[in-house]
Design a protein around this ligand. Structure first.
Ligand code: F6P
Length: 342
């Protein structure tokens, strides 16, 4: 293989540029031309493809975002779309592609591989919900942002005797909330995977304040979390242009419920895109570099249809069809760790 493409799709995540840089630099070292596909799959169809030069990837390892830009593309949603993408890649003279992204992107990569085009995936999503890899690029930085928010907001919670709620991203899984909840010592961690009721939450807060005589509480909630009785329904609002529920707001709903039921002052801080736009911390830069270097080896070594993955401290190739369309949920034992300190 002498000409390959690299594409970033889905929500941006800290460390994505470190992935692009690694793939480009492996290309320079191994005599392979690496082409950047800009604006994701839609950009591919418009021919937005350009050879990456050394200056394109210089000084980007520490930068958030993606120099290739990203999008939630509608390609690959219909039967036959993989063939359209394959034709577009072939028209560009590309012999293979490395797809850096989360669930949607790895599903697209899987379809492309099934259609017969050489492709390898690199897991990148702050949500860390990709099956097959212990961690995805961007997760640790997002968890760090959330942890710092908990640490900082504790001061205001204590000063004002408030219940301070922090809402993290995490549409279908609560990895960021659990990781930050453990690291930041949250009193309550609420995630989509774990059923809860408003009665039980209020009782725990009441016990903490009335029995244990604490004047404040710290709660962390993932944006996709919903109580058993569906009083807090994060999917109740409008849809975005890709017809996905526009999340963000469940923490504020919870604050209102706590004020109404307990009479405690409650406030919510929604972290939103601050978790995605932060400069990658060292562990994400290194993870991005290792996974992308391995993905390059897989593609050039003829191992199409795999995602580069982290298993413990090791790297392994996981078949894309085992990743596509699945969600890695927070395990019970990990959630229990967050609970015992609450
Ligand atoms: O990257 C995944 C994610 O962070 C989800 O947790 C969140 O719901 C989603 O992105 C929102 O992304 P956007 O508004 O860019 O579509």
């Amino acid at each position: 293989m002498k000409r390959i493409g690299v594409i970033t799709s889905g929500g941006d995540a800290p460390g994505t540029n470190a992935c692009v840089r690694t793939i480009a630099r492996r290309g320079f070292a191994d005599g392979v031309e690496v082409f950047g596909i800009f604006d994701s799959w839609d950009g591919l169809l418009k021919g937005e493809v350009r050879k990456l030069e050394r200056q394109d990837v210089a000084g980007i390892v520490q930068r958030a975002g993606t120099i290739l830009r990203s999008a939630r593309s509608t390609l690959f949603l219909k039967q036959g779309d993989a063939k359209i993408a394959m034709d577009a890649l072939t028209r560009q003279g590309l012999e293979g592609v490395i797809a850096i992204g989360g669930n949607g992107s790895q599903t697209a990569a899987s379809l492309l591989a099934q259609a017969g085009f050489p492709v390898v995936g690199v897991p990148k999503t702050i949500d860390n919900d990709l099956v097959g890899t212990d961690f995805s690029v961007g997760f640790f930085t997002a968890a760090e942002v959330a942890t710092q928010a908990l640490d900082n907001l504790r001061a205001t919670a204590e000063a004002h005797s408030r219940v301070m709620i922090v809402e993290t991203m995490g549409r279908d899984s609560g990895w960021i909330a659990v990781e930050a909840g453990i690291a930041g010592g949250a009193d309550l961690v609420l995630i989509p995977e774990h059923e809860f009721t408003l009665d039980a939450i209020c009782e725990r807060l009441r016990t903490r304040h009335e029995v244990h005589k604490r004047n404040y509480s710290i709660v962390i909630i993932a944006e996709g979390a919903m109580d058993k009785d569906k009083k807090l329904d994060p999917r109740r609002g409008t849809k975005d242009l890709n017809a996905r529920p526009r999340l963000g707001g469940v923490g504020t709903m919870l604050a209102l419920e706590i004020e109404r039921r307990l009479g405690y002052n409650a406030r919510c801080t929604t972290l939103g895109y601050l978790q995605r736009c932060a400069a990658p911390i060292a562990v994400d830069r290194v993870l991005a570099t290792r996974l992308s270097d391995f993905a390059f080896d897989l593609l050039l070594g003829g191992k199409s249809g795999f995602m580069a993955a982290l298993a413990g401290r090791d790297l392994e190739a996981v078949p894309l069809e085992l990743v596509a369309g699945k969600t890695k949920l927070v395990t019970d034992d990990y959630f229990r760790l967050a609970e015992i300190f609450g």
